[in-house]
Design a protein around this ligand. Structure first.
Ligand code: C2E
Ligand code: MG
Ligand code: MG
Ligand code: MG
Length: 281
């Protein structure tokens, strides 16, 4: 046993813990003012329809970006969790929805199209009893076509089986919004969600797409897609990064593809340029 080495690595470990905690507290502090200071932006990642062989953009997923004044771009993977733990997620979530609705109304006026926008909802937002009423008001304020908005929820939103979660989802459904189950297959996915929840779309998690070389995975995805189609659900694959993955998903009759092979998430001006230059918008 090397006592000196163990002691040193323990010190490094302690120091790292301290730095992590410091960073966490700093980010939490800065998050409080980020909405007010206009530091958030939505990026848009195109979703490509592949089931008609035209490879057109059917819609986009809105993905939040935080331009921190000194740290630069902070990933949502880092700060959404902090926002959830400090309940700042309500304010941030409402900002995301309003921004996405504003953008949709802008596109409705600018392009004659059925371009749709998906918006991620955190589980905590679904617990909020007034959420669907606020969303309804915003949709009226911006005069958007609600059937062009899809809310994405992950299965961990459903794990604790809270009735208020399902209630909010049903209210949104009744208002004509669509619901997608995000990251399907990444956690404790249960097929029973597919029949219990008012969902329209299933998004296959990128970890599945990354393991397409495994033939058992292909069999599994094939079954999930067939089952989904029988239940009238649309299926999207996320994380498609190369043409091999695209071809396999085409053969399996996947409806839409989202991934770096086509586009990453883009600032709105770059996305509009793509629409106008490549898709005759
Ligand atoms: P998500 O909803 O599953 O979004 C997809 C994530 O995968 C995005 O990461 C996207 O940039 C990334 N991605 C897309 N195509 C590929 C690919 O081909 N390869 C790889 N490796 N990654 C790909 P992003 O933007 O960093 O967001 C991460 C997560 O943060 C999201 O996962 C979502 O859970 C959360 N998030 C993002 N925006 C919001 C938001 O406005 N509200 C809430 N509540 N959560 C959000
Ligand atoms: Mg999503
Ligand atoms: Mg996802
Ligand atoms: Mg994810």
């Amino acid at each position: 046993r090397n006592i000196i080495f163990d002691d040193l690595s323990f010190q490094i470990y302690q120091q790292q813990m301290y730095l992590d905690k410091l960073e966490y507290e700093n980010l939490k502090r800065d998050l409080r003012s980020a909405v007010k200071n206009g530091e958030f932006k939505l990026y848009y990642q195109p979703k490509i329809k592949i089931n008609d062989n035209q490879n057109k953009i059917g819609g986009v997923e809105a993905l939040i970006r935080w331009e921190h004044p000194t740290l630069g771009l902070v990933s949502p993977q880092r700060f959404i969790k902090i926002a959830e733990e400090s309940s700042l997620i309500r304010e941030i979530g409402d900002w995301v929805i309003e921004e996405a609705f504003k953008q949709l109304s802008n596109w409705q006026n600018k392009y004659d199209s059925d371009l749709s926008i998906s918006v991620n909802l955190s589980p905590l937002e679904l617990y909020d009893k007034n959420k669907s009423a606020r969303i309804k008001n915003l949709s009226q304020k911006y005069k958007i076509r609600r059937e062009l908005i899809e809310f994405e929820i992950t299965e961990n939103a459903l794990l604790d089986n809270r009735s208020d979660t399902i209630k909010t989802l049903n209210e949104l459904k009744n208002l004509d919004f669509s619901i997608a189950l995000d990251d399907f297959g990444s956690g404790y996915s249960s097929l029973s969600y597919l029949s219990r929840l008012p969902i329209d779309t299933l998004k296959i998690d990128k970890s599945f797409i990354a393991k397409l070389a495994d033939s058992r995975n292909i069999i599994l995805i094939d079954s999930i897609i067939n089952l989904s189609h029988k239940m009238n659900l649309k299926v999207i694959a996320e994380g498609v990064e190369n043409s091999e993955q695209l071809e396999i998903m085409k053969k399996l009759n996947c409806d839409e593809i989202q991934g770096y092979y086509f586009y990453k998430a883009l600032p709105v001006d770059q996305f509009e340029k793509i629409l106008e230059e490549n898709y005759n918008y």
